[in-house]
Design a protein around this ligand. Structure first.
Ligand SMILES: [Zn+2]
Length: 228
């Protein structure tokens, strides 16, 4: 599996307004996707930011378009065989209408929420691509599988990549930052140690991720990665 590689795709950045950051200050956040190169095909995980007047006025995005972002990572849309979205907010599926008819793997609960919840996403982003619905874990290619990591949305999922030198996880927006993941991971460890607490509550899937012994975890809105 050593020939499975994970590359970052830079889709630009946006400014999260002060009322959404919890700090009282606005925060500039990157919008990152990932290309996974496998002997059986190239996969993209998340496709960048969609565009719409109200969204642009709120987040002031500076987009790098889907084809340009892929080109900077050394790929073309026509090279893709598979796609997946961690979830379907506008900043994770902006390039989906450009995916043609390749399969796009999302959790069934996520697509249902995106279609049925007002202002969940930009509706045009989730029409016209070929969604393949998943409920729970699913292997996409040997060594590459999806795992549900709910929290940010109920249908959020992460991508697990098994390489010969260890497991790499693309966790999307399971956490906003690698630092937040690190805090949850340490709380998980304290539980393993039977620490007498009190300990913060953490997502129950942290245990499943950590049992994979990941050597790297990447995120959608942080250029930093978690490492053990
Ligand atoms: Zn996001």
């Amino acid at each position: 599996m050593s020939d499975i590689t994970v590359r970052r795709v830079d889709f630009g950045y946006f400014v999260r307004p002060a009322q959404e950051t919890g700090t009282g200050y606005p925060r500039v956040e990157p919008c990152l996707g990932y290309l996974v190169s496998h002997p059986q095909g190239l996969l993209v995980f998340d496709t960048g930011m969609g565009s719409q007047a109200d969204v642009d006025a709120h987040y002031h995005p500076r987009r790098i378009g889907f084809a340009a972002a892929l080109a900077a990572a050394g790929a073309r849309p026509g090279d893709l065989e598979l796609a997946a979205n961690c979830h379907l907010h506008f900043d994770h599926c902006g390039g989906n209408p450009l995916l043609g008819q390749i399969p796009v793997f999302v959790q069934e609960t996520e697509l249902k929420a995106a279609r049925q919840t007002q202002d969940y996403t930009l509706p045009e982003l989730i029409e016209g691509c070929r969604f393949e619905l998943v409920s729970g874990e699913a292997e996409l290619l040997p060594g590459i599988r999806l795992m549900p990591t709910p929290g940010h949305t109920a249908g959020h999922q992460s991508l697990i990549v098994r390489r010969a030198d260890g497991t790499v996880i693309v966790a999307g927006q399971s956490h906003d930052t690698a630092t937040q993941y690190a805090a949850d991971q340490l709380a998980w460890r304290a539980r393993q140690d039977d620490h007498d607490g009190p300990l913060p509550s953490i997502p129950d899937w942290i245990d499943a991720l950590q049992r994979l012994d990941p050597r790297m975890i990447y995120f959608a809105h942080d250029r930093s990665a978690w490492t053990p």
